[in-house]
Design a protein around this ligand. Structure first.
Ligand SMILES: Nc1nc2c(ncn2[C@@H]2O[C@H](COP(=O)(O)OP(=O)(O)OP(=O)(O)O)[C@@H](O)[C@H]2O)c(=O)[nH]1
Ligand SMILES: Nc1nc2c(ncn2[C@@H]2O[C@H](COP(=O)(O)OP(=O)(O)OP(=O)(O)O)[C@@H](O)[C@H]2O)c(=O)[nH]1
Ligand SMILES: [Mg+2]
Ligand SMILES: [Mg+2]
Lengths: 293, 275
């Protein structure tokens, strides 16, 4: 089901026998508007519509659909393909435990909560899971993860006096290995992608932890800045997957498409609430529908 | 003139993209780009004026919020907004700003839900030289707010600053809880809360509109706080939100430290939105 604005765009085509050079751009203009309102980055929108236009005017256009239905289908297909085509969406399990998962992202996106949710999920799958509270900056961040970790039955490694985030990450990995954990999830401090010192620290944490999976945690309501942010995090530490949080609200979530387009990496999990059980695996077609409204 | 972005569709398109990138939204971005190009040499100034006009009339000048004298004694300020927007940190910074002006500030730990929320605010209270009122986790947030205001009155504080739990604006039960907090604060002290501030995450896009609309529908808002403007997000969506709701922007958050809070300065904010 497509939003009112898109219905309008497509209705304009429905009087026509087919899509052609004369009517396609008018309809695509409305699609552009809808995607921008959904917070998809303008460059990603431009590329997407270019591909849709080519397909709409191309030789292998699906038959038997009215022009408006056809364009709706092509847009939805293109979105779904972008989201589904970005690679396997499950976690990359290490051949030898522990699998180390590193969470990173801007301030307040839901990393600490997601760390605990992920731990709960893995423990539910029968995997012994530990957490490392490597945010040594935010007031009571360690306490927050400790409380959440305890509530899901996960061991939480916290820094010793004088121990920095990279040293904690290295030690947590060693101890998780020795204790036979299947997974170690490392929570880090929120940071600006343009903060050179903190991005250097993140690289040091990554080097110390040697994660099998680096997840960028994004807030579903993020705007156009999701593109440059995701680009910088990806260039700094190499993102393996995305987590999109706060999808239990009415934010359209276009930021996910921007981040996905620029990293080439898939959304692996969705945060759908504040409780530790509120984590879902990702379904491309559902998010595509949401972005389209 | 040889200066300026030039005319024609190329120039207009590239301007529109700059405005889109600043989260002004497709409608405003298109309108501004066209005005800018048509304005020729005066294009940039005209765009700046158009942006200023988006703000409500009462919100087009420097907000003067931090130095404003308290409206009552104690003056009660309520902070609300979606999860992770920066409410608790803003409470800490605001407390620091007021204590540095010689005022006695009581912080109320109104987030009784999230793990370590009261601990986080407590650390900020210590940092700011303010006092903290908290109850046990799971306590009724309205009860905490009530007690904080009563304590503020009884102990002669200049300001009571009430933090609340993050809530998505579409969660009806949480918005009802917020309305109850607001009502109960008024029972603790008639006229309170004197200032109700909606804290908006500066990295947010068009969802700011829904946030402002639904929070304003729940409780009367006196001001907006836009956080995380020290990053690359430009928070352009705030302009239309402020204009549509008539709620002026009071403060901007510029970092994670106690001093990283400033009055809203419209010309400076708008300058950052222009290419
Ligand atoms: N409604 C909802 N709230 C969420 C979700 N994920 C996280 N939150 C809330 O968002 C707020 C921020 O979450 P945190 O886990 O503290 O975020 P963070 O990224 O660790 O923040 P920093 O460490 O400060 O960068 C909290 O109030 C969480 O409860 C979600 O999926 N839905
Ligand atoms: N860079 C930057 N970070 C900020 C700013 N304001 C808040 N933060 C950070 O954003 C994160 C979330 O801030 P909080 O104060 O916990 O947000 P909150 O709204 O109280 O969150 P909940 O209570 O969980 O809903 C923390 O890491 C803060 O340090 C700001 O102006 N700039
Ligand atoms: Mg955190
Ligand atoms: Mg808070």
């Amino acid at each position: 089901a497509l939003t009112g604005r898109l219905q309008e765009a497509f209705r304009r085509l429905s009087g026509n026998a087919r899509i052609d050079e004369g009517n396609v751009d008018g309809a695509l203009k409305e699609v552009r508007q809808a995607l921008l309102e959904a917070d998809v980055h303008y460059r990603v929108v431009q590329d997407l519509l270019k591909r849709v236009r080519e397909r709409a005017l191309g030789a292998d256009v699906p038959r038997g659909l009215a022009p408006d239905q056809l364009l709706a289908k092509l847009v939805q297909d293109e979105l779904t393909a972008m989201m589904g085509g970005a690679g396997p969406r499950h976690l990359a399990w290490a051949s030898l435990p522990p699998t180390v998962i590193l969470l990173c992202g801007l301030q307040g996106t839901g990393k600490t909560t997601t760390a605990a949710k992920l731990a709960r999920r893995l423990i539910g799958e029968g995997r012994r899971t530990a957490l490392a509270a490597a945010d040594l900056q935010r007031p009571a961040a360690v306490e927050q993860l400790s409380v959440l970790g305890k509530s899901v039955g996960a061991t939480v490694y916290t820094a010793e006096p004088g121990e920095g985030a990279p040293a904690l990450a290295a030690r947590a990995r060693r101890e998780a290995l020795r204790a036979g954990f299947d997974a170690l999830i490392i929570d880090t401090a929120g940071r600006l992608a343009v903060d050179e010192a903190l991005m250097a620290e993140l690289k040091a944490v990554k080097a110390a932890a040697q994660p099998h999976e680096v997840l960028l945690v994004l807030d579903a309501m993020q705007g156009q800045d999701a593109l440059p942010t995701a680009t910088r995090f990806h260039e700094a530490v190499g993102v393996d997957g995305l987590v999109l949080t706060k999808l239990d609200g009415d934010a359209r979530g276009g930021a996910a498409l921007s981040a996905l387009a620029v990293t080439g990496k898939p959304v692996k999990f969705l945060g759908v609430g504040e409780k530790t059980e509120a984590l879902e695996p990702f379904h491309p077609d559902r998010l595509a529908g949401r972005i389209l409204g | 003139a040889a200066s300026g972005p030039g005319r024609g569709p190329e120039a207009e398109r590239s301007l529109e993209e700059a405005f889109l990138g600043a989260d002004l939204g497709p409608e405003l971005a298109a309108r501004l780009a066209s005005a800018y190009v048509r304005g020729g040499a005066r294009g940039r100034a005209e765009a700046a004026d158009a942006l200023l006009d988006c703000l409500p009339p009462a919100g087009r000048g420097p907000s003067g919020f931090l130095a404003a004298a308290p409206l009552a004694r104690p003056e009660v300020t309520l902070l609300l907004g979606v999860n992770g927007s920066g409410k608790t940190t803003t409470a800490g910074k605001l407390a620091a700003a007021w204590t540095s002006r010689g005022q006695r500030v009581l912080l109320g730990a109104g987030d009784t839900f999230r793990a370590a929320a009261a601990d986080q605010l407590g650390l900020w209270a210590a940092r700011a030289g303010a006092e903290l009122l908290r109850q046990s986790e799971g306590a009724d947030p309205a009860a905490v707010a009530f007690d904080a205001v009563r304590r503020g009155v009884a102990a002669g504080f200049d300001r009571v600053l009430l933090d609340t739990a993050g809530r998505l604006q579409t969660k009806v039960n949480l918005m009802e809880e917020l309305k109850k907090v607001h009502r109960v604060v008024g029972k603790a002290l008639p006229g309170a809360p004197h200032r109700v501030l909606l804290v908006l995450d500066g990295t947010a896009g068009q969802n700011m509109a829904s946030q402002a609309r639904l929070f304003a529908a729940a409780v009367p808002l006196d001001g907006l706080v836009v956080t995380k403007l020290d990053g690359t997000a430009r928070a352009g969506a705030v302009l239309k939100v402020s204009g549509d709701t008539g709620v002026p922007v009071a403060l901007v958050g510029l970092g994670e430290g106690a001093g990283d809070l400033a009055d809203f300065d419209p010309p400076a904010f708008i300058e950052a939105l222009l290419p």
